[in-house]
Design a protein around this ligand. Structure first.
Ligand SMILES: [Zn+2]
Length: 190
């Protein structure tokens, strides 16, 4: 297992729609890849990680949601598709490709997602709240959509000068070379 470097805002692969996974082709290397993805996500305290965030053009992501007095809810989604959504919420979100940046993003409260799991079996997930938010965030990644592009135009414009500064700082962060991540500076758009 190894911690991989996470691609940061500005790296082209984050803005490109990922390629559908051919499960039979990937099957052999999948366990090692998923182990690395979970290790990387956990090392930096993330709730989700998409394959293109570690530089791989693959439509797959891992999610891990912390729960009170319970094991985290961990799931692998391969070739996920959002098939239903309802309600709206406007909750704070962060992203491992934007370390320390948090913004309120409008999302559906409830979603239905179809995907295949790490065994290659079809799954249907009905999620709400935090879990629904994570699923939407990761599927967006796989579609080449980063969370700040979901901000209203005015907020995006206000954030731009800070982003330009942060971008050069983020570029230098290499999670694969870090034992413990230094706390990132927290930035919140108005
Ligand atoms: Zn993200």
């Amino acid at each position: 297992m190894a911690i991989r470097r996470i691609c940061k805002y500005g790296e082209k692969i984050l803005e490109k729609k990922t390629r559908k996974v051919n499960f039979a082709e990937l099957k052999k290397s999948l366990p090692a890849l998923l182990a690395d993805m979970f290790e990387t996500m956990n090392a930096v305290g993330g709730a989700g990680l998409a394959a293109n965030q570690i530089g791989l053009d693959l439509r797959l992501a891992v999610i891990s949601i912390k729960r009170e007095e319970e094991e985290p809810l961990s799931i692998v989604i391969i070739n996920p598709e959002l098939v239903e959504k309802s309600g709206t919420m406007n909750e704070e979100e962060g992203c491992l490709s934007f370390p320390g940046l948090f913004a309120k993003i409008r999302r559906a409260v409830k979603v239905k997602v179809r995907a295949i799991n790490e065994k290659g079996l079809p799954i249907e997930i009905n999620a709400e709240g935090l879990f629904a938010k994570a699923l939407q965030h990761e599927i967006d990644h796989l579609d080449g959509v980063v969370f700040i592009s979901r901000l209203p135009l005015l907020s995006r414009l206000r954030l731009k000068p800070a982003l330009i500064k942060l971008k050069s700082r983020w570029k230098k962060i290499d999670e694969s070379k870090m034992a413990v991540r230094a706390p990132a500076q927290v930035v919140k758009p108005e």
